[in-house]
Design a protein around this ligand. Sequence first.
Ligand code: SAH
Length: 231
Amino acid sequence: MVNPEAAGPDAYALQRKAMVGTIESIVHETAAETGRSQLQKRVLTAMDKVPRHLFVPPDQRAFSYANRPLPIGNGQTISQPFMVALMTDLLDLKATDRVLEIGTGCGYQTAVLAELAREVFTIEIVPPLATEAAARFAELNFRNVTARTGDGYAGWHERAPFDAIIVTAAATEVPPALTGQLKPGGKLVIPVGHAWGSQSLLVIEKDTNGSLSTRNALGVRFVPLTREKQQ
Ligand code: SAH
């Protein structure tokens, strides 16, 4: 097998294209549940552009473009590419949007959002992961990303309201602060359910009158949303 590292960065382009093809077929297979038989072109373009191999630890690099989650250290994972693409699609982002992400992890989902929206704010509760991700955003020149360490359960009051909010860890209930920080017309995509058990990917929409509607887009499995110890 050709060593992609030795052949230069573009050697990953083919693997990335294959990953996008796999995502498209899973989207097709899950359409009855998700309500989406194909993803928006701009979402697929972003998936085809962001170098996932630069977001995973070096010992995982060979698996960067496989459609599965990978360990990123500190007991956390980088989400499966299909899940990143689907959740991004469900947000229906516009180029002018300001987005909040809870659960930066390695920053891969953040980077995909940053390709599609005007500004992305992201919060990570595990300090070493937050520090590594911030360094990566600087190195890869993602100037429209603002990252901080903390408990995202409370959202980011100072930067609210947001056009879209995405949570990449499973909560036991929808954090009220997050629906509160959503603009009318905005969408919140969040896995909700039992820690390590059955969870539903919810799409919550706030209409122009501020009323919320919720639908279940898919059965999923995410690491739990943890909480900072309350004083
Ligand atoms: N977005 C990542 C997924 C990371 S996994 C990707 O692109 O693959 C989920 C992340 O959520 C973990 O890094 C975990 O530490 C973080 N997390 C869990 N609870 C949190 C909380 N209350 N606030 C912020 N981040 C949290």
